[in-house]
Design a protein around this ligand. Structure first.
Ligand code: BES
Ligand code: MN
Ligand code: ZN
Length: 487
């Protein structure tokens, strides 16, 4: 996908998007331009007959001439337009455009409203890519794609151009994440993902370490190893590093849950719950997407990306209920339920992150069904031990058109995971499942700025929402990139 910036007179796309507000008669430069190309027909058509005055998401299509089709899109009331609503409009409009013409370029104007123009530009890029996303690798007949987005404005500034670049790399990272999640568990094994990581390291000139089973054992990550022992695919532990030129302002570790398929283990999942469990490596895919954007945008931070990759299967060699596992930091875990495997692998990954001397740790994981019960499929749970970090992140999520909601980690949760024979059990009943899982994780990090994102509800949509179609979402990727850029 190409992103171009152009002045109105230079526009060469065959689909041109212009916006109108429900409560404003002001006509945008793009509307004016298209109207004059159509000798005034556009104005007449839109206002006299077709549109119900710019209601939110309402749209009207008109062929301006042989080359250009106009898409006039309603943004609702000017004062009610939010970043998220604008993102929904752009994603939907892109899908509309794709239906008009398969092989096309779309031009978007930047509407004037209370949202800064540079942000409008960035959202236009990310949301158009969300709208146009498809995974057609395994389709015999591939539909031709829209491959060019033109941002049209006569007063482009350095700031707008910069935000367009951030939007382009963020949306690439999201697409990368979704593609990897869409890949079947048969293909996206721990070895495959570690090879993808090696390719990224080569392409972006990053440091990489890939640990195999023997090396993982040597690091004493016996909790992680236990989870993968029922699978015929060998586990891998990956660690990529981006270093800036000069002294970093901060060192950050990003840890992604990397279960390439979660059958539940001996506590096997029912068929319906297992159906989408190839997505249980979304955390790993996300951090691999994010580091590519960071390597391109080059902020003054040191970024470590970590994932413990393995598959959770039932088999003669699988780990079992009652097993006692020792994590890298020497703490012991009694296995109460083999389906609570993510926290076991993350325990070792968090211990490893502690050895890197970082200032902050963020993990992203499809961790608990309980977060789906609590928050549904459009809100990510955020938990942690540093309120300042969480507050900063919440702000970044809002600016990135994503929903997060903080959930508590309280000492009272400790009793849920009491074991008679080990330091903890790995599960503690149905109540407060998301908080309990986070409390478990908190025992394996020494960081005083650790934040945990539970994306079990948001990583994959069974039903499309206003912005994103069903399937993988690439959730939190743009928010984390923004967070890393604001440090
Ligand atoms: N990968 C699942 C969590 C999950 C559930 C992700 C639904 C996406 C959608 C995780 O490994 C799991 O199985 N968690 C269990 C923990 C329980 C046994 C304490 C759960 O939440 O049911
Ligand atoms: Mn599980
Ligand atoms: Zn899982």
């Amino acid at each position: 996908m190409r992103f171009l910036t152009k002045k109105i007179q230079e526009m060469s796309a065959n689909i041109a998007v212009c916006y109108i507000f429900e409560d404003s008669l002001e006509i945008s430069p793009m509307f004016e331009y298209l109207n004059s190309l159509s000798n005034g027909t556009l104005c007449k058509q839109v206002f006299e007959y077709k549109m119900n005055k710019g209601n939110f998401l309402e749209s009207f299509k008109m062929a301006i001439n042989n080359e250009v089709t106009a898409l006039v899109v309603g943004l609702g009331k000017q004062c009610e337009l939010t970043r998220k609503k604008f993102s929904q409009v752009v994603a939907n409009t892109s899908r509309l455009a794709k239906n008009i013409s398969k092989n096309a370029a779309i031009a978007f104007e930047l509407p004037i409203c209370q949202i800064p123009k540079a942000d409008i530009a960035q959202i236009t890029i990310t949301a158009s890519r969300i709208g146009l996303y498809e995974f057609n690798k395994y389709l015999k007949e591939k539909i031709e794609k829209i491959d060019t987005i033109e941002i049209i404005d006569d007063n482009l500034t350095v700031e707008i151009e910069k935000n367009i670049l951030i939007g382009a790399y963020s949306s690439f990272a999201m697409k990368f994440t979704k593609d990897l999640v869409n890949e079947s568990a048969q293909v996206a094994t721990p070895s495959y993902i570690s090879r993808v990581a090696e390719q990224i390291a080569t392409d972006y000139n990053l440091e990489i370490k890939v640990y195999d089973k023997k090396q993982i054992k040597a690091l004493n990550m016996n909790a992680f190893l236990a989870v993968g022992q029922g699978s015929k695919h060998e586990p891998k532990f990956i660690h990529l590093t981006y270093r800036p030129i000069g002294t970093p302002k901060k060192k950050i570790a990003l840890v992604g849950k990397g279960i390439t398929f979660d059958a539940g283990g001996m506590n096997i999942k029912p068929a319906a719950s297992m159906l989408t469990m190839k997505d249980d490596m979304t955390g790993a895919a996300s951090v691999l997407g994010i580091i590519q954007a960071i390597a391109k945008l080059k902020p003054q931070i040191e970024l470590h990306v970590i994932s413990a990759l393995c598959e959770n299967m039932t088999s003669g060699s699988a780990y079992k209920q009652g097993d006692v596992l020792t994590a890298m930091n020497g703490k012991t875990i009694e296995v109460d339920n083999t389906d609570a495997e993510g926290r076991i692998t993350l325990a070792d990954a968090l211990c490893y992150a502690d050895t890197l001397g970082v200032d902050e740790v963020i993990d992203i994981a499809t961790l608990t069904g309980a977060v789906v019960v609590a928050l549904g499929n459009n809100i990510t749970g955020v938990l942690g031990n540093n309120q300042q970090q969480i507050d900063n992140f919440k702000k970044c999520a809002e600016l990135s058109c994503e929903n997060v909601w903080q959930m508590p980690i309280l000492d009272e949760l400790k009793d849920n995971l009491k074991s008679e024979i080990a330091d903890f059990k790995n599960t503690g009943g149905r109540n407060a499942g998301t908080s309990t899982a986070a409390w478990f994780l908190s025992n394996f990090t020494q960081s005083t700025s650790w934040m945990h994102l539970d994306i079990a509800g948001t990583a994959w949509l069974d039903k499309s929402n206003k912005e994103t179609l069903s399937g993988p979402t690439g959730v939190m990727v743009r928010s984390i990139i923004r967070y890393l850029l604001t440090i």
